[in-house]
Design a protein around this ligand. Structure first.
Ligand code: GLU
Length: 439
């Protein structure tokens, strides 16, 4: 099955507090989790106290209001965010989520993970994240455009290809990036294709950006199967069927040379078919209907049953805190490829590690997206665009190198894969901070 970025693929969209230093173990606040993970790595690396304090907090954060004229005549005020977590390795980089449960703390966590993500990939960028608390499904096209432009009007002076470069994430898409770039260019009076990535091709997007997150994850799975001797043509399940989950379904068999997609889920349903779903038909059904419920040939199961299926590869591809201490013990997958950001809580992590599951941690597994965003930024900056073949070759080289660097650390230090990824990433950022003379 060939997968190329066709017009229909462009329709795949991502429609898919003050912190105390020792949060309670059951804490599900993603920023507490991000800080706990960092603290463990800092301890392991024996970072000095000032460096630790600098890296466990965002360098800058913006929280603001965005008034939007609604179609019905009134004005609604939305809450927007941008966190520029760390820019020691380069301009901050990271997506924008439009989600009803977005808070400053979710954005902080995601901005921290972006910092470790660009660092583990060894690309010259820092980490940032932004968002708006809203339910975009309830907004008209015009309201979404005014919200996108309103966000950019507040943030424009703090962004730029040499400062901070946003991109799509959950419930934002290339169209929204185009409106934002356009607003930025209206404000600055200049062309700035590299101020934002994940744009439509016609306004300076990169070929291969649309499926890059999933492609990077599936490439890691290919490497992981070789390393752990798991059957690459075995079974796989996908939890979450937005942009990353849909493309993972389409790419898995191509990249691994076979496989059987036995379960899929989205917010409408979790579905099982031991004989295997056809990935293309499943994606087409989701695109036609907007949800998976009712997919022919499937049996409905619970989300926890999906996570507990006896599969070779499990792709958590939705949001944070899906694999927790209550369901981690039931997981039978040999490899977990975290296409979502933060799907596994630290307590669940320990259970998975004890069980010997090979976890490809989120900020490695889903780094293909930001890597091709970086390529898009490079192309936009010198205004010359690459072929799909070149994007794929460069992405593959970057992913394989990063996966191997993490495995090397895992073998040398005898730490689990997430900690190995943290050690690689945090050491790189710490070195840049020190060499710049910040601490
Ligand atoms: N939102 C994606 C992520 O979490 C992509 C970020 C980017 O392309 O800058 O990695």
């Amino acid at each position: 099955m060939g997968v190329s970025p066709s017009a229909s693929d462009q329709r795949l969209t991502t429609m898919s507090q003050a912190i105390d230093s020792r949060p309670a173990p059951s804490e599900a606040n993603p920023f507490h989790i991000a800080q706990r993970q960092f603290d463990e790595a800092a301890e392991y690396l024996d970072l000095e106290p000032a460096l630790r304090e600098l890296l466990r907090w965002p360098r800058r954060e913006y929280k603001f209001t965005i008034p939007v004229r609604m179609d019905g005549g009134g004005t609604r005020v939305f809450h927007g965010y941008r966190v520029q977590y760390n820019d020691a390795l380069g301009p901050t980089k990271g997506g924008l989520r439009w989600h009803p449960e977005e808070t400053l703390d979710t954005v902080r966590a995601l901005a921290a993970w972006m910092t470790w993500k660009t660092a583990v990939m060894d690309i010259p960028l820092g980490g940032g994240k932004g968002g708006v608390t809203c339910n975009p499904k309830e907004l008209s096209e015009g309201e979404r455009e005014r919200l996108a432009r309103g966000w950019m009007r507040v943030m424009a002076r703090e962004l730029g290809e040499h400062r901070d470069v946003p991109a799509p994430d959950v419930y934002t898409n290339p169209r929204i990036m185009a409106w934002m770039m356009d607003e930025y260019e209206v404000i600055t009076g200049r062309s700035h294709p590299a101020v934002i990535t994940g744009k439509p091709l016609v306004v300076g997007g990169s070929v291969g950006r649309d499926d890059a997150t999933a492609r990077g994850g599936v490439l890691c799975v290919r490497e992981a199967c070789r390393r752990t001797k798991v059957n690459p043509r075995g079974t796989y399940a996908i939890q979450g069927f937005g942009n990353a989950g849909q493309y993972a379904a389409l790419l898995h068999e191509d990249i691994l040379g076979g496989g059987k997609l036995v379960a899929v889920s989205d917010t409408s349903a979790a579905l099982h078919n031991p004989d295997g779903f056809d990935p293309r038909e499943t994606v087409d059904y989701k695109l036609r209907n907007g949800h998976l419920a009712g997919l022919p040939g499937s049996r409905e199961i619970s989300s926890d049953e999906l996570l507990a299926l006896d599969v070779d590869v499990l792709y958590p591809s939705a949001l944070e805190n899906v694999i927790t201490e209550t369901n981690a013990g039931d997981i039978k997958a040999r490899i977990i490829c975290e296409l979502a950001n933060g799907p596994t809580t630290p307590e669940a992590d320990e259970i998975l590690n004890r069980a010997g599951v090979h976890v490809i941690p989120d900020f490695l597994a889903n780094a293909g997206g930001v890597t091709v965003s970086y390529f898009e930024q490079v192309q936009g900056t010198y205004n010359y665009y690459w072929t799909l073949d070149k994007v794929h070759r460069e992405l593959e080289a970057n992913m394989v190198n990063a996966y191997r660097a993490v495995c090397k650390m895992h073998d040398e230090q005898q730490v689990h894969m997430r900690m190995a990824a943290y050690l690689v990433a945090v050491a790189r950022v710490a070195e840049a901070v020190k060499i710049r003379g910040w601490v």
